[in-house]
Design a protein around this ligand. Structure first.
Ligand SMILES: NC(=O)c1ccc[n+]([C@@H]2O[C@H](COP(=O)([O-])OP(=O)(O)OC[C@H]3O[C@@H](n4cnc5c(N)ncnc54)[C@H](O)[C@@H]3O)[C@@H](O)[C@H]2O)c1
Length: 271
């Protein structure tokens, strides 16, 4: 199926590793010109280089998406560089800071310092809003655009020890639905993809490490039982299980899909 993404300018936040990196590579393979955003310049540059080495077009764009002025500057630089506004926005950056910083389990809500709420909400919610604010005017002017928000199944069903993260991801879904209603008349679609556990190269240890198998990792062996498809294939999802769905939603072929949340989680939830 031809997706028709040739020459479209796509901005992917947190594109420097993991799910975001694979989305960048997939969109570039489909012919899009990709703005690879990341907080860490060297990550963004490495992925942009990877795309260029494969014959694609990419711009590395280091910016902290929690800062509205940095996002605005990045979007203007991208439009100038590619001589076209961003037509596809993938809001992917979003982590659970306390787990990454402290390792291991995340705390229950009552044990969580308030300062950590802000980190999660700022990155997931405000980061997404800043990027929509900066790119929507260009999409409205061209009467077309695609926004794909990467959320989590935690945002749909709630997950213990991830209360603030669950709330932040649910906020993105609600925000996206409202934008889908406001901008349907401009032929702009806004959808969310809900992920389950994804293993990738950026995860250093544990059941989500890319080399973990049901044979060598006891926790992974337990986790796959929560995901109907994972029981069959013996692994959790990987970035390339997700990137093709993003490319489809970003395409003209998906024009009549808007305001939806699509689970790409091996059946973790079926809502
Ligand atoms: N990996 C999973 O199991 C999983 C599960 C459910 C949902 N998700 C969601 O999928 C998305 C991607 O997850 P991942 O595991 O690939 O994440 P990751 O942490 O491996 O990568 C995220 C990237 O975003 C960048 N980033 C962080 N803060 C930023 C900021 N302020 N500005 C710009 N870039 C920033 C990081 O540098 C990193 O390269 C996230 O939204 C996450 O919540 C992931």
């Amino acid at each position: 199926m031809k997706l028709g993404l040739e020459s479209q300018v796509a901005l992917v936040t947190g594109g420097g590793q993991g799910v975001g990196r694979q989305i960048c590579l997939e969109l570039a393979r489909e012919g899009a010109r990709v703005v690879v955003n990341d907080l860490f310049a060297e990550r963004a540059q490495a992925v942009a280089r990877e795309i260029q080495e494969q014959g694609g077009q990419a711009l590395a764009a280091a910016a902290d998406i929690t800062q509205a002025d940095q996002v605005q500057q990045m979007v203007e630089t991208a439009a100038h560089h590619f001589d076209a506004p961003v037509q596809i926005l993938v809001n992917n950056a979003g982590i659970i800071p306390e787990r990454r910083e402290k390792g291991g389990r995340t705390p229950a809500f009552l044990d969580m310092p308030m300062a950590d709420w802000a980190k999660i909400v700022n990155l997931n919610v405000y980061g997404t809003m800043h990027c929509c604010l900066a790119t929507l005017p260009g999409m409205v002017a061209r009467k077309g655009g695609r926004i794909v928000n990467i959320i989590s199944e935690a945002g749909r069903i709630g997950e213990a020890n991830m209360a603030v993260y669950s709330g932040a991801k649910a906020a993105i879904a609600g925000f996206g639905k409202a934008l889908a209603r406001e901008h349907g008349r401009h032929s702009i679609t806004v959808n969310a993809i809900a992920l389950g556990a994804v293993s990738h190269e950026g995860i250093k240890d544990g059941p989500l490490h890319i080399d973990a198998t049901v044979q060598n990792n006891e926790l992974l062996a337990k986790m796959v039982n929560l995901y109907p498809i994972s029981k069959g294939v013996g692994r959790l999802s990987r970035p390339d299980d997700i990137s093709g769905v993003v490319a489809f939603l970003a395409s003209e072929r998906a024009l009549f899909i808007t305001g939806q949340t699509i689970g790409v989680s091996g059946g973790f939830t079926m809502v």
